[in-house]
Design a protein around this ligand. Structure first.
Ligand SMILES: [Zn+2]
Length: 77
């Protein structure tokens, strides 16, 4: 018996490993901090890692992070 957790697709009844499901990252994004391309499950993700996110955040706090003003309604994450 496999120890890997699986979930059964309600549409096709195929058992899929849970790890595979959570690894599903349909969005291609370019990191705004380091410029690397990365895949993410979050359509609004802007950074490839927490490290880049924190670096961008810290740069912004220091006032050296030059960026155009976000459009109304756009969130700073
Ligand atoms: Zn990055």
């Amino acid at each position: 018996m496999s120890r890997a957790k699986t979930v059964v697709c309600p549409a096709c009844s195929t058992a899929v490993p849970l790890s595979e499901l959570t690894a599903y990252k349909p969005y291609d994004r370019k990191c705004e901090e380091c410029g690397d391309y990365f895949e993410t499950a979050q359509p609004r993700a802007r950074f490839c890692s927490n490290g880049c996110k924190n670096r961008a955040y810290n740069d912004r706090r220091r006032g050296s992070y030059v960026r155009k003003t976000p459009a109304p309604g756009e969130e700073w994450t």
